[in-house]
Every structure is written in structure tokens, then in C-alpha cells.
Design a protein around this ligand. Structure first.
Ligand SMILES: Nc1ncnc2c1ncn2[C@@H]1O[C@H](COP(=O)(O)OP(=O)(O)OP(=O)(O)O)[C@@H](O)[C@H]1O
Ligand SMILES: [Mg+2]
Length: 417
């Protein structure tokens, strides 16, 4: 099957101009007094346990390089101890790298003096923590406004912004409550509102949903995706849950023992895991939730355009040996489907145009983001291939019903609770 290039993720992000926001270059963090010595010796290539045993140093981040684009939802994934949180702390310079470079908007943040660093943490970045990190004796409103208070923003403005952020995360009416009156999911909404109120360009989220039960967690993921559609922040999101990573991430980096084992789009990770470690992660991932219409669609052999004559259309159908073909208007707008049968019927009528050949029957149309899981019920009742269109109903491709079933068969089933 002809599919899109693996690195063409079918979401809006890919269509936007890519501008690099964060660049990480050969970043190392070796905890311990002899960290630098380890780095300078051959020990740097040895397994983490060996280094610990021989030197007492912990290899937390090893030679990590990547870039994050502006507006990208970038996921850092890996098992416990793989270096995810250390990486985030390095990016905020809460800890100093043993070696390597970190550039944000072209600035070498490792060269920042303490004032620049403070400004960077206050104005450029916000953080959402796993355990919410709320101030227990302050109201929801004051928690959300807190970052703005630190910045010295006057009361009226900070409350205005806090009210707005609280509303954005769906907590309107809860402003005067204390955090402990709220459920876990609600408390994390406060955490997110606090980050939003700061209105920083970069958002760091370290396992923000892992303290929540699965239902709430899924809801929060959905909400975060919706929110990101509105705010377009540059998000670095840490998780050790593959389903979560595949769902929310534009791109995913997988760490193992501090090293990058794979970096790519969710589909790449699923379809070609870089090694056994990733394969193990991916084993229970369900393609039904990951594969999208944009990924499995094909380009049809033939298409009709509304301005074509009836005879020409019949010729096209015959040459392509197709019984039905999509018909497009100006700007590739999808108008419908034309069948050979109907075309032959109306060709006899004087004055008939190709538009009269459009089949009235209902056409199945989906967006490129539609997952295999959601395509499946459509496939069950579709008579013709399913059309994939963009927001303006411009034709992007077609999905043969058989390819939906083929892809489902490759699905190993959903083991996610
Ligand atoms: N301050 C520190 N001193 C020494 N070792 C540390 C320190 N902080 C982290 N480490 C070690 O660095 C490694 C990476 O830890 P890190 O907290 O980054 O992992 P993680 O991927 O965030 O794990 P988790 O999923 O459990 O949060 C671990 O081996 C950890 O023990
Ligand atoms: Mg961690």
C-alpha cells in the first residue's frame, strides 16, 4: 500500500512553518563529584551500573541531542530512572549539565547569569508537576495568580488573568475554594491554569496525569489536546505511558538509561520500533488508536472534475477500470461520487452535465486525523471508498475499505485498561 512518508504526521502542526524553539546539543548529566572525570574517560560509554559501581557516579543523561519546534507537543518517554525529569531540570537549569549545550530561541541558556536565568524561568517557561504543586493554604484563584504576583503584576490584572485561565480549564465557580476541596483531576486543572495564566511560551509537564485514575486521565489528555489547539504552546511533556505519548505527542523521544533510543512521530515509533526496548514498549500499543486516515489513505487512480464532459468522464472510468470515482470541483473540493452505472443512465439525457451524474447516496467523508478505531464502524456500512478531506472539504485521498480491515488485522488488540 502506498502510504505517506512516515515523517508526515497528518495533523495541523506539520503544515505550520517550523521554527526551532529549543535545541539540545550533546547534553550530559553525570551526578557525583567525579562526573566530569567520568565524561572525559572511556567510562562514559559503559553501562550505567558499571559506572556507578566503579565511581559512585550516576549517568542520568548521556549525549542527548534534539530540537523542539515552536508550538510542538514534544513527549519525553522512558521507564522510571531513564532520565526524563533530569532532562527537564537541565532545561530549566535547576541543575547544571556536566557537558553540552541548551539553546532556547537561539540563546545559550547555560551562559545566563542569575538574573537572566530568573527571567527565563519566570517569563519564558512554566511547569506543571505530577503532584500538582499547589499551595495548600491559598485559594484556587490565588494559586493560579501566584506566578503573576511574583512577577509583580498588580492585583486587578493578575486576578483577571487568573479568572480567565480558570475558566479555560473548566473550573469557573471554584475560584474561592481551597485545593483540598478539589478532586485530583480538578487540582491538576488548577496546575494547568496556573501555567496558562503565566502565558509563557514553553510549558514543561512532568508526568502531569500519572496521579490520576485512568478515566480522568484520558479526559485530561483530551482536554489538553483541545487546549493546545487553542494556545499553541511549545510543550515538553514527560510520561512513561506509551498510550499517552502516542495520543498527545506530535513527536516522541524515548530515553533509556539516559540515552535516546528513538525519536520520531508516533506512527514511526509504532511501525518501526528502533530496538527491543522500544518494541517492548510498543508491543501492547493498538494501531487502531494510532493509525489515522491520513496515514493509510491512498491516491485514487482516477478522479473526475465537474467541468468535464460526460463522455470524457465515461472514458476515464473505463480506462481506470473503476466502477466509481470521486468528483471534485474548483480547489479540489469534494462534490461526491460518480458511478459508471449512473453515468451511463444520464448520458442519454440531452443537456445532462456531469453534476447530474453525482450519486445521491451518502458519501463517507472523514478528516485525516480520524483513527482506525473510528473508521471501522464507517467501513462496516460503506459502499464506496471513504474520502479524506480537509477542513474546507478539499479532497486529500481515499481509503479502500479493504485497507481498513487489513490494518485492523495487524492490530494486536487494545490491552490498555
Ligand atoms: N540529585 C541526584 N543525585 C544523584 N542521582 C540522581 C539525582 N537525581 C536523579 N538521579 C538519578 O538519575 C537517574 C535519572 O533519574 P530521573 O529522575 O531523571 O528519572 P525519571 O526518568 O524522571 O524517572 P521517573 O519516571 O521515576 O520519574 C536515576 O538513576 C536517578 O537515580
Ligand atoms: Mg521523573
Amino acid at each position: 500500500m502506498d502510504t505517506m512518508e512516515p515523517n508526515q504526521k497528518d495533523n495541523s502542526f506539520k503544515n505550520e512553518e517550523r521554527e526551532v524553539c529549543i535545541t539540545v546539543e550533546s547534553l550530559w548529566k553525570i551526578f557525583g563529584d567525579k562526573g566530569l572525570d567520568v565524561l572525559k574517560s572511556d567510562l562514559r560509554n559503559e553501562p550505567k551500573e558499571n559506572v556507578l559501581e566503579k565511581t559512585g557516579c550516576v549517568m542520568a543523561v548521556r549525549d542527548v541531542s534534539f530540537t523542539v519546534n515552536r508550538g510542538e507537543f514534544f513527549v519525553i518517554m522512558g521507564l522510571s530512572g531513564s532520565g526524563k525529569s533530569t532532562l527537564i531540570r537541565l532545561l530549566l537549569r535547576l541543575i547544571e549539565p556536566t557537558a553540552g549545550g541548551i539553546y532556547v530561541n537561539g540563546d545559550d541558556i547555560c551562559r545566563y547569569n542569575s538574573e537572566q536565568l530568573m527571567n527565563f524561568r519566570r517569563y519564558t517557561t512554566s511547569m506543571v508537576f505530577q503532584h500538582f504543586g499547589l499551595l495548600p493554604h491559598r485559594t484556587v484563584l490565588d494559586n493560579v495568580a501566584y506566578g503573576l504576583k511574583i512577577r509583580g503584576i498588580d492585583k486587578k490584572e493578575r486576578y483577571d488573568r487568573a479568572y480567565e485561565a480558570i475558566e479555560t480549564v473548566g473550573l469557573k465557580g471554584w475560584e474561592q475554594y481551597m485545593p483540598k476541596a478539589l478532586s485530583g483531576g480538578m487540582q491538576q486543572r488548577v496546575g494547568i491554569a496556573r501555567a496558562l495564566a503565566n502565558d509563557t511560551e514553553i510549558l514543561f509537564m512532568d508526568e502531569p496525569f500519572s496521579g490520576l485514575d485512568p478515566m480522568i486521565r484520558r479526559e485530561m489528555q483530551d482536554e489538553l489536546i483541545e487546549l493546545q489547539d487553542k494556545v499553541h504552546k511549545t510543550i515538553l511533556f514527560v510520561t512513561h505511558d506509551l498510550h499517552e505519548a502516542l495520543k498527545v505527542g506530535d513527536r516522541i523521544v524515548i530515553l533509556r538509561d539516559g540515552k535516546i533510543v528513538q525519536i520520531g512521530y508516533p506512527e514511526d515509533v509504532i511501525s518501526s520500533p528502533a530496538d527491543d526496548y522500544v518494541r517492548e514498549f510498543v508491543q501492547d500499543a493498538s494501531p487502531a488508536k494510532v493509525l489515522t486516515a491520513g496515514r493509510i489513505m491512498d491516491q485514487p487512480d482516477a478522479l473526475l472534475y465537474e467541468w468535464q464532459g460526460l463522455k470524457a468522464a465515461l472514458h476515464i472510468l473505463k480506462t481506470a477500470k473503476e466502477e466509481h470515482v470521486f468528483m471534485l470541483g474548483r480547489n479540489r473540493k469534494l462534490l461526491g461520487i460518480v458511478t459508471t452505472k449512473r453515468l451511463k443512465n444520464i448520458i442519454k439525457n440531452t443537456g445532462a452535465t456531469l453534476k447530474d451524474a453525482l450519486n445521491e447516496e451518502d458519501l463517507k467523508v472523514v478528516s485525516p486525523e480520524t483513527t482506525l478505531e473510528d473508521l471501522f464502524p464507517l467501513a462496516a456500512e460503506a459502499e464506496y471508498p471513504i474520502a479524506v478531506v480537509d477542513d474546507e472539504r478539499r479532497f486529500l485521498g481515499e481509503i479502500q475499505i479493504s485497507s481498513i480491515f487489513e490494518n485492523m488485522i495487524q492490530d494486536k488488540g487494545d490491552t490498555n485498561a
